[in-house]
Design a protein. Structure first.
Length: 574
């Protein structure tokens, strides 16, 4: 393939490399070993979330080198940089989880600032842990320079007592230990083998869900989401991603031409069909916001409602991400969804081809049982369901993949923090049939909208996951299972109905009908609303305070700025 030539007069990097007045700028590039030819090529940012915080991120630097080689071999000059991550598995169950969702915004903001400050012309982004995937995709749409996203890959499954395990099994084992059904030696043996390699959590939790989204939405190369992190094939995909971004730059094809309303709907289909994380209903509206597209949580849930559940993946199913990869990965999932009319095949992707054109090279693999054909699903509706009602006027979501019990009616047991609920669970201080309510954990109220995996996993481990329900204005991990309703909006901190509940109020959850209600009249709710007083948090300075001042509601993605609809210029056009 001939290396394309580029007119720097039309690229952002002209502001730092061209003309006599940029001699000081060029001197910095000479200092880093670049030659004259490299300086006058397009400058391509290669960003990863590499760090030593967790196995999710540890292999990303290796993959970045392959992406840089792909860029350099196709006429560009790669410029590597990194940004932060907060790793949910380590942040989970304590105050550190308040930093998790906030990190999504910091990732997007930091990538924007790096690209703006150095005038990069294109972007390759490689991410591992949960919030880093949507964070990088949001930045790509915000900047709107030609971009290719790539997932860093999932972890290999652990083996314990002749079965595959993930970190969620360890969280649930904490509940088993507290219930006296697992001793400390067994718990230690499990924790030592559950996470045997680099890579993100191995079930269809948030990282793997958003990796699938990247392919469905067209921002990633077909098949790139599948291979586990240790596999060398990831390096080949990284190299190809570097080549692809240069092709996009030559074509002038930008992210906002790829991520359309139809592409976002394709992404929502894949979340539901794969039994993916409820966090997909939070991140898709935030990604849409960066593109100037109205696509809120209720819109996402409407797509969920019409989508069959076809991938038998943990936590609700039997298999892990490595199994899905060996079954053919996302191309097999998308092939059957496209053939059965659930995906829009006309959407353009980073290959320069449409989704249908990309899928033409793949066939459905019948010699596996991880992914069902879309006309023979595990269940006729998606693995994630949206709920509305007088307790959630702005909606709520529940993951029903693998959940036997879809309805519940019971008295509320109200907690104003996750810690208070977790302590009660560990003491087994609850009654069958109750609805545990964790509130003041929304985006503003937390602040930070924590995930509740420690609490839900403990209930599952104690064997009572089907005897209770749990609702929150916070979030649930993609690893949560059971009748656990999150994203309840409006949140308690702004006077939402969840903030008006009292112990004993009867709550009705019906995932079949999409209903979340409390058996109170509007007059009773209004009386409580008059008596309700806003609360302050312990976070009165620093990043979490700043986040609480700017964050919007969950329904629209918990975003912190006005988005593309308000912009008066696009970075890519500077």
């Amino acid at each position: 393939m001939d290396t394309p030539t580029f007119d720097k007069r039309k690229l952002p990097s002209r502001h730092v490399t061209e003309g006599p007045e940029r001699a000081p700028h060029r001197s910095y590039y000479y200092a880093m070993g670049l030659g004259d030819e490299e300086i006058h090529r397009p400058l391509v940012g290669v960003v990863t979330t590499w760090n030593e915080a967790a196995p999710c991120n540890i292999a990303l630097s290796r993959q970045a080198q392959a992406a840089k080689a792909g860029v350099a071999g196709s006429g560009g000059t790669p410029r590597e940089f990194t940004t932060i991550t907060v790793t949910d598995g380590i942040a989970m169950g304590h105050q550190g989880m308040k930093s998790s969702l906030v990190s999504r915004e910091v990732i997007a903001d930091s990538v924007e600032l790096t690209v703006r400050g150095h005038c990069y012309d294109a972007l390759v982004g490689i991410a591992g842990c949960d919030k880093s995937l949507p964070g990088l995709m949001m930045a790509m749409l915000r900047l709107n320079v030609p971009s290719v996203f790539m997932y860093g890959g999932s972890i290999l499954p652990g083996r314990f007592q002749n079965r595959d395990v993930t970190v969620v099994d360890v969280f649930e084992a904490v509940g088993r230990h507290s219930a006296g059904t697992m001793d400390e030696d067994e718990l230690t043996a499990l924790e030592c083998v559950a996470c045997p390699s680099a890579g993100s959590c191995g079930g269809q939790f948030t990282a793997n869900t958003m990796a699938c989204v990247s392919e469905a939405m067209g921002l990633a190369l077909p098949g790139s989401a599948g291979a586990p992190a240790p596999y060398e094939s990831r390096d080949a995909f990284a190299h190809a991603s570097g080549e692809a971004v240069m092709d996009l730059l030559a074509r002038g094809l930008r992210p906002r031409e790829i991520v359309t309303r139809a592409a976002l709907e394709n992404a929502a289909v894949v979340v539901a069909a794969s039994g993916g994380s409820t966090n997909g209903a939070l991140h898709l509206p935030a990604i849409a916001h960066e593109a100037g597209i109205e696509f809120d949580m209720l819109d996402v849930c409407e797509v969920f409602r019409k989508t069959p559940y076809i991938a038998d993946l943990k936590p609700g199913g039997r298999y892990v991400a490595k199994d899905m990869y060996e079954a053919g990965g996302m191309p097999v999932l998308m092939k059957t969804l496209l053939e059965n009319g659930y995906l829009n095949g006309d959407c353009v992707t980073v290959t320069g081809k449409t989704l249908a054109e990309n899928m033409a090279q793949f066939t459905f693999n019948d010699d596996q049982d991880v992914i069902r054909r879309a006309d023979k699903p595990l269940s006729p509706t998606g693995g994630v369901v949206g709920l509305t009602g007088n307790l959630a006027p702005d909606g709520a979501v529940v993951k029903v993949a693998g959940t036997k019990k879809l309805t519940h009616r019971g008295p509320a047991r109200v907690f104003d923090t996750e810690e208070a609920c977790f302590d009660a669970v560990m003491r087994r201080d609850y009654k069958p049939g109750e609805v545990l309510v964790i509130r003041y954990e929304g985006p503003k109220g937390g602040p930070g909208m924590r995930e509740m995996l420690s609490t839900t996993a403990a209930l599952s481990g104690q064997g009572v996951g089907d005897e209770l329900a749990l609702i929150t204005d916070g979030r649930f991990s993609g690893g949560t299972r059971g009748l656990c309703v999150g994203h309840v909006g409006p949140e308690a901190a702004v006077g939402g109905p969840i903030g008006l509940l009292a112990d004993g109020d009867v709550i009705v959850i019906n995932a079949d009908k999409g209903v979340l209600e409390v058996e109170l009249t509007e007059a009773e709710l209004e009386d409580r609303r008059k008596a309700w007083k806003a609360r302050t948090t312990d976070y009165q300075s620093g990043t979490l305070w700043k986040y609480a001042q700017t964050v919007g509601d969950t329904r629209h993605g918990a975003v912190t700025h006005p988005g593309a609809r308000a912009e008066t210029h696009c970075y890519a056009d500077i």
